[in-house]
Design a binder for this molecule. Structure first.
Ligand code: PRX
Length: 633
């Protein structure tokens, strides 16, 4: 596997030192970070206990900090808390009732601000509404909504009463949504009528109708009707505001155990259907709080903007739980980054004086294509920290971001992490020297390494597997209903957390992520399993077999190419290509649609019948085929 990534190994020479204005303000200096890091590794339990005491409010303190019955672990055993108390109540009680929690905006430049006090009331009303529908602690609630305040508040309302939310990105198709609703056996689905992208309304409600059809265990569908919509609601459906209208704005937070589940979030693996990654409350609350505070260097009057969607882990950790726990003001923006014009995001930065901006390399590459004249029209001088997440950022994009958005006056934090890790694992904190293209150093409490398949560290600058040595507070606890898939993370290379990524580590300990080592494709920062796309294709009547690979793409990072063997009565045609694309869109959603479909007569396989995607990819990219001794033919 490792050789395959050699072509993307770039020599990264230049070190960028943090600008003075960042250093002057930084919560922790490089030296402080180094000292804290040393202590966090030498004595992790003491370190995390101190952090937990300092940063969070607990209804009852834990009896024991950490327990590891390989491969299962627990943090803050016996501790009692409610994450929404840490995200809302304590700020309201501590004088931040009128501080703005979210500034919502959209393509029409609408603006809605909600304060911590108002958000707490909204969350409580939704929580009481859910209770009135019979939702209890431990029940699953699926949320399929656009990026609106009610979406984030619904997540918090679940957490308030101990229900487990499973947010599904509103770009997923009915089938993908149905799989997630079924797998979690959700009692309630919360949705909305539509979202708007590029000026067009995208219907969400009909997707839900199709997804829940015949699922008797779904008791109610709560529908947020937008801007004067007046849908005729079916028997199981209830209007969002109707549900909460007469509810009390007070709702005692459920006293939760640190290890009670907080949410499930489905993510693609290299085989089979997506896994339901499960996070629990205490460790997740702590770790997302601490990373938000130090990685984004959040100060009391900062304005923070994360451009993700709550349907992904970045939205969970760094739009909802982390920023609220820290008590910051966040901008959220529904719609496309470049609509009505490519200046939209920069106009938002200017208008709200955003200080911390967190986005994905694919967006940066999109803006590079539009040209630097777009950001140049706006006053971006409020920016101090720029973040990157979701995929490797190529040095060219890093430098463009640094120069054209940061105007050489910002630190860049390239945060490597995963749905499974819950929070940032590798990055430089803002006061640390940065190397374009290299995510940097493990965060506090994280022992990361680059190893071979036997778990032995590889020499500096050699490619190996990125692993983490010990459980950290926000590590996934299991895969919903599939503990064996969880166990694989710790047994693939015995005793180490296997990230599935390839990486190198240089002489200074800076880690560079090279991409996935497995059959997962990263399209615009979204994880897509080759197996999922293949099975979607094979479910089409024309398709006998399919193999899917990721190809480098200028803007998306990777694009999907499918090789398809047709059944004998079908002939290749342009129409069939379109039909297959439509079919994948229907099965999985637009993000999984292949850019290219090639009809072939044969696929390279091992003697045991496994498709060798590596060979397809090498051939496609004109690279050496590598070891072909196991090839059948
Ligand atoms: O391959 C890595 C890539 O995204 C994967 C995790 O995807 P997901 O669980 O969807 O979470 C994305 C948001 C945290 C990783 O295995 N990845 C994520 N961040 C980076 C990255 N690759 C390189 N650099 C990053 N900063």
């Amino acid at each position: 596997m490792a050789e395959q990534k050699d072509e993307v190994l770039l020599k990264v020479e230049k070190v960028y030192y943090p600008p003075k204005r960042v250093l002057d303000k930084a919560l922790i200096s490089k030296e402080e970070f180094d000292q804290m890091y040393k202590r966090s590794i030498e004595n992790p339990e003491e370190f995390w206990a101190e952090m937990a005491e300092k940063e969070l409010y607990w209804f009852k303190k834990w009896d024991k900090v950490f327990e590891w019955n390989f491969p299962y672990y627990k943090w803050f055993i016996g501790g009692k808390l409610n994450i929404t108390y840490n995200c809302l109540d304590r700020h309201v009680k501590n004088g931040k009732r009128n501080k703005v929690a979210y500034i919502y905006t959209n393509e029409d430049n609408q603006e809605i601000k909600i304060t911590y006090g108002e958000l707490l009331e909204l969350v409580n009303k939704i929580a009481n509404g859910l209770k009135s529908l019979g939702v209890q602690k431990g029940d699953r609630v699926v949320i399929y909504m656009p990026l609106v305040i009610e979406q984030l508040a619904s997540m918090l309302a679940c957490a308030r009463i101990g229900a487990i939310h499973s947010v599904v990105y509103a770009g997923f198709s009915a089938n993908a949504l149905r799989m997630r609703i079924e797998d979690a056996k959700a009692k309630i689905v919360i949705t909305s009528t539509w979202t708007k992208r590029r000026g067009k309304k995208i219907d969400l409600k009909s997707v839900v109708d199709e997804a829940v059809d015949g699922l008797d265990f779904v008791e109610k569908i709560v529908v947020l009707q937008r801007e004067g919509d007046e849908f005729e609601l079916a028997e199981k459906e209830i209007d969002f505001y109707q549900l909460i209208k007469d509810q009390s704005s007070e709702c005692e937070p459920e006293i939760m155990d640190a290890e009670d589940p907080l949410f499930i979030l489905y993510t693609s693996g290299s085989t089979g259907k997506p896994k339901g990654v499960l996070h629990t409350i205490g460790g997740y609350n702590l770790y997302t709080h601490v990373t938000t505070k130090y990685v984004f260097d959040i100060h009391e009057d900062d304005i923070y903007w994360c451009t993700a969607d709550p349907g992904w882990i970045t939205g969970h950790s760094y739009m909802v739980y982390g920023p609220l726990s820290v008590g910051t003001t966040s901008v959220i923006a529904e719609g496309a980054p470049d609509y009505p014009d490519p200046g939209r995001w920069w106009s938002i930065v200017e208008k709200y004086r955003v200080n911390i901006f967190y986005t994905a390399p694919t967006a940066i590459r999109l803006f590079m294509k539009y040209g630097e004249e777009w950001p140049a029209k706006y006053d971006l001088s409020s920016l101090r920290i720029l973040g990157s997440v979701g995929e490797p950022i190529n040095p060219e994009a890093w430098i463009w971001y640094y120069e054209n958005i940061g105007r050489k006056q910002c630190s860049i934090v390239d945060t490597w992490w995963q749905t499974e890790t819950g929070g940032h694992m590798i990055t430089t904190v803002p006061a640390y020297p940065q190397k374009p293209g290299k995510a940097g150093k493990p965060f506090l409490g994280i022992e990361a390494d680059v190893v071979n398949k036997d778990g032995e560290p590889v020499p500096p600058n050699n490619v190996g597997y990125l692993v983490i040595r010990k459980p950290w507070p926000s590590a996934l606890r299991t895969c919903w209903g599939e503990p064996e898939r969880f166990e694989k993370y710790w047994t693939e290379i015995d005793n180490l957390y296997f990230s599935g990524d390839l990486a190198t580590k240089d002489e200074d300990g800076y880690i560079m992520i090279l991409g996935r080592a497995d059959d997962v494709i990263n399209v615009s920062g979204h994880r897509i399993g080759t197996a999922e796309v293949e099975s979607a294709l094979v479910s089409h009547p024309a398709v006998a077999e399919a193999a899917v690979i990721g190809k480098p793409h200028d803007i998306k990072g990777e694009s999907i190419k499918a090789f398809v063997i047709l059944r004998k009565d079908y002939q290749p045609s342009e129409n069939l290509v379109n039909d297959l694309k439509m079919h994948v869109r229907h099965e999985l959603g637009s993000l999984a649609v292949p850019d290219e479909i090639e009809f072939v007569d044969k696929l390279p396989k091992t003697r045991s019948g496994k498709i060798m995607r590596r060979i397809l990819r090498a051939k496609e990219l004109g690279m050496p085929l590598g070891d072909i001794s196991t090839l059948e033919d």
